[in-house]
Design a protein around this ligand. Structure first.
Ligand code: NAD
Ligand code: TYD
Length: 354
């Protein structure tokens, strides 16, 4: 039984596809537009594996999505594809609306048509799983309880507003057409293959390059951090046994202020790859102007997924962040390729475009 994954060349999607094929023989059709965030080299461990079919394309391309569904007859569609970086959404929200809202709409339309034409057995087994974020719930004060699945949607950034819109579309396709959907809302991920524009990989990469470590505002903004492989296992659990039409929060029970995250990264680098002058990488920390509209705190109450599906993260922050820093130290070629943009040369060669 084939699954169709969208956005499977990005950070979480590529980790998901690699883990899926390590655990199962069910083939994956991987549809990814290969924006700046999509990197086919993330999928290098699958080179030559006939169970992985990579297709460069847009979730908003109804003709392409319809043809892929008809050809491969997947039993599930998992939607990871999105514009995902808050800072980019502040600079230019257009692509966020296009992919996260309009793209998701076109995907839903194609999936609805495909699903409606399936025989009764296949129809009952089919699932559309939409991967979303805790940022749709907005910002918490220090004393607020963590987000539950019934927390009201109060997105503050253009990124979170576009993801919230996509969540609402998915919900409405279930309510109106009976489409068998599942939605997951996860906290901040970290781990291997993370594009170094996000906090943790940016700090690891800048530290080693001797560059400043830019901390926004006072660095006391709080996020809940989850190791990416734990997000992937949670998605597999929801796909296997989640109740139709339900949403599941996914989190690591690991709230930390940004400054503490940056200190931890610096301390690990001090231990694993000390600076030549033996000064701490902490000396590279530089406080910069805060992000406009910066959400102060996110926190996830992940009891529902644990109680209903028995899922819990396998990594603590201590084990996950050590693995992550070590992964970046072990993969300087991946970092160099991403920083130079060389990973896009392959796309130009393969597809005749940059
Ligand atoms: P990412 O930016 O690393 O990857 C996104 C992928 O989607 C890229 O490979 C990109 O090429 C592809 N893509 C973009 N537009 C597309 C389109 N129109 N058609 C097809 N492919 C397209 O993002 P990520 O961090 O891997 O996030 C994946 C999903 O998980 C997103 O939906 C995001 O909102 C959600 N999420 C991310 C986090 C996190 O901490 N990174 C946390 C919770 C939820
Ligand atoms: P980020 O990784 O962009 O994820 P998100 O904004 O989706 O939570 O940022 C995580 C936190 O780190 C967020 O509070 C913004 C902050 N941050 C910095 O302080 N400096 C940086 O250079 C970046 C990229 C983020």
């Amino acid at each position: 039984m084939t699954i169709l994954v969208t956005g499977g060349a990005g950070f979480i999607g590529s980790n998901f596809v690699i883990d899926w094929l390590a655990a199962s023989d069910e083939p994956v059709v991987n549809l990814d537009k290969l924006t700046y965030a999509g990197n086919v080299h993330n999928l290098a461990p699958l080179a030559g594996d006939p169970r992985h079919i990579f297709v460069q394309g847009d979730i908003g391309d109804a003709g392409l999505v319809g043809a892929l569904l008809a050809q491969h007859q997947p039993c599930a569609v998992l939607n990871f594809a999105a514009e995902s970086h808050v800072d980019r959404s502040i600079l230019g929200p257009g692509e966020f609306i296009q992919t996260n809202v309009v793209g998701t709409f076109h995907l839903l339309e194609q999936v609805r048509d495909y699903w409606a034409a399936l025989d009764a057995l296949a129809k009952a087994a089919f699932r559309l799983l939409h991967v979303s974020t805790d940022e749709v719930y907005g910002s918490l004060s220090a004393s607020d309880p963590a987000f539950t699945e019934t927390h009201r949607y109060e997105p503050n950034s253009l990124y979170s507003a576009s993801k919230a819109a996509s969540d609402h579309l998915v919900r409405a396709y279930h309510h109106t057409y009976g489409l068998p959907v599942l939605t997951t809302n996860c906290s901040n991920n970290y781990g291997p293959l993370h594009f170094p524009e996000k906090l943790i990989p940016l700090m690891i990469v800048n530290a080693q390059a001797g560059k400043p470590l830019p901390v926004y505002g006072d660095g006391q903004q709080i996020r809940d951090w989850l190791y990416v492989k734990d997000h992937c296992s949670a998605i597999r659990a929801v796909l296997a046994a989640g109740r139709l039409g339900e949403t599941y929060n996914i989190g690591g029970w690991n709230e930390k202020p940004n400054l503490e995250i940056v200190h931890t990264v610096c301390d690990l680098l001090d231990e694993l790859k000390p600076r030549a002058d033996r000064q701490s990488y902490r000396s590279q920390i530089s406080y910069v102007t805060d992000r406009p509209g910066h959400d102060r705190r996110y926190a996830i109450d992940a009891r529902k997924i644990e109680q209903e599906l028995g899922w819990k993260p396998a990594e603590t922050f201590q084990t996950g962040i050590r693995k992550t820093v070590q992964w970046y130290l072990d993969h300087p070629d991946w970092v160099a390729q991403v920083q130079s943009g060389a990973y896009r040369d392959w796309v130009a060669m393969q597809y005749g475009q940059a």
